[in-house]
Ligand binder design. Structure first.
Ligand SMILES: Nc1ncnc2c1ncn2[C@@H]1O[C@H](COP(=O)(O)OP(=O)(O)OP(=O)(O)O)[C@@H](O)[C@H]1O
Ligand SMILES: [Mg+2]
Length: 453
């Protein structure tokens, strides 16, 4: 093991008011981020916060709160007696306008996004009280010195008493110039330049009081790029029983957060891998001809008897029926009869290989043989390091096997102190690595013995 691949911090989150996350701060690195720590330390809370944030931005604050379990579960208990509860978060990271603008060089910029969601008990209303997007200068990938140079900010504010009047909207004048380093110099898809809202165009920008500025109809490429940098994270908790179920022919092919969608996804991957049929509409640009083969190859590592997988669209049942082709004679075993571990593995591998965005997986070790857990880490490293791939991957785990496979800089240690979640990276990374190399014991061994802090 070497330390040269030490992660570069990609995205930083500060959160207050969401369950046990108060004055909580975490940096996610490129590649693998493994959340470890005692039961109840807040790992799931952080992963669910990412879902909450995505949902608040792409749907509404009220929807996000109800999806995360309602007011009583979402806002930190500390605030339960106050008139207003508040969740606030600051996310800083890098946005990329790839595919949204023509310029191949100047399409990256750093941003800082702040959101505040309030719940007023007296009025029984949830609203977005504050949102700010700060834009840094457009830069080329290597121009790191420009990362921190600000251009300006868009900000929106609301108060509970004046929700019906619409928000107070502010835009820095520098964001409305044609300056080559201004991320907002690009026109939107209606060919309109970015301008601060006034009475007349407020309608096109103004959204409901529990909605985010990102749900405005006329967003510009730079705003959209920030949105996708923030909302790509989705959490997955694959349950073999759900992976097992044959999908309806109408199912959109993708692995869903509970693990369902495998047969529909494999069917469309199978179609993508058969060149003669490519004239048919391609259902997802993310499905490449080589994906199915990659899934089979990775599955063979843990299940050497496997020859391939095949899926038929059965008109009688209206379902996709999947089969594992096994052994020399190519025995066909229905996917429904496969073991829990095999199904979970297939679901995970298909997810990792086909998914374009950043995502997290909770305790993937359940049902998986230790060897599979080790291959899983290899698979994630392989696919998150590919050029054009999302960049980071979050996993929570209690598995000694998984932690053994991790490099010291991939771990984030969670702890629960005075009712709050805290987290940190290993401080003594070099020393730990030296110990590991000297003793031959993995990181998981030290972790399980409380020797890592
Ligand atoms: N609304 C809330 N306000 C404050 N603290 C909360 C709230 N809801 C849950 N908690 C605290 O959050 C902790 C639960 O965190 P979480 O479920 O994220 O733990 P975990 O690290 O995923 O644990 P495990 O390893 O058992 O899955 C508990 O200690 C609980 O007291
Ligand atoms: Mg948990």
């Amino acid at each position: 093991m070497s330390i040269e691949n030490r992660g570069v911090e990609l995205t930083h989150y500060s959160v207050s008011g969401f369950r046990s996350l108060t004055d909580f701060s975490i940096g996610l690195n490129r590649g693998l981020n493994v959340l470890v720590g005692p039961n109840g330390s807040g790992k799931t809370n952080f992963i669910e916060f990412l879902d909450f944030l995505s949902s608040a931005i792409s749907q509404s604050a009220a929807t996000a709160v109800s999806q995360a379990g309602g007011v009583a579960r979402v806002f930190s208990q500390e605030q339960s007696k106050s008139k207003t509860s508040k969740i606030s978060a600051i996310i800083s990271g890098v946005a990329d306008m790839e595919g949204r603008v023509d310029d191949k060089e100047l399409k990256i910029f750093n941003f800082e996004y702040e959101i505040e969601i309030k719940f007023s008990r007296s009025q029984s209303v949830i609203f977005v009280s504050k949102e700010t997007i700060k834009f840094r200068k457009l830069r080329q990938a290597h121009e790191l010195e420009l990362c921190r140079s600000p251009v300006g900010a868009i900000s929106v504010r609301r108060q509970v008493g004046t929700l019906d009047k619409g928000p107070v909207f502010e835009v820095s004048p520098r964001l409305q110039t044609k300056n080559i380093r201004n991320p907002l110099r690009y026109l939107n898809r209606f060919g309109m330049a970015f301008r601060a809202p006034d009475e007349k165009n407020l309608d096109s920008i103004y959204v409901g009081f529990d909605e985010s500025i990102f749900s405005a109809r006329q967003n510009h490429p730079a705003v959209d790029a920030v949105r996708s940098a923030i909302t790509r994270g989705r959490s997955f908790n694959l349950v073999p029983e759900h992976v097992r179920v044959p999908d309806d022919l109408t199912r959109t092919p993708a692995i869903y957060p509970d693990g369902s969608g495998l047969t529909a996804t494999l069917y469309h991957l199978q179609r993508a891998s058969q060149p003669t049929r490519r004239s048919r509409p391609v259902i997802s640009r993310r499905f490449l001809p080589e994906h199915l083969e990659a899934i089979v190859e990775w599955t063979k590592l843990v299940f050497p008897e496997l020859n391939g997988v095949s899926v038929v669209a059965d008109p009688h049942t209206g379902k996709y029926l999947g089969y594992l082709n096994i052994g020399q004679e190519s025995l066909k075993i229905p996917l429904q009869s496969a073991s829990d571990g095999t199904l979970k593995w297939l679901g995970l591998v298909t997810l990792i290989i086909t998914r374009g965005g950043i995502y997290s997986v909770e305790e993937p070790e359940n049902f998986l043989h230790p060897k599979m857990q080790q291959y899983l880490i290899d698979l994630i490293r392989d696919f998150s390091s590919e050029p054009g791939r999302p960049g980071y991957f979050i996993m929570s785990s209690h598995s000694e096997t998984i932690i053994n496979k991790c490099h010291p800089d991939e771990l984030i240690l969670f702890d629960f102190v005075n009712g709050k979640t805290q987290c940190s990276r290993l401080e003594n990374q070099e020393a730990v690595l030296e110990q590991i190399n000297e003793t031959g014991f993995g990181l998981g061994y030290y972790y399980a013995n409380n020797a890592v802090s």
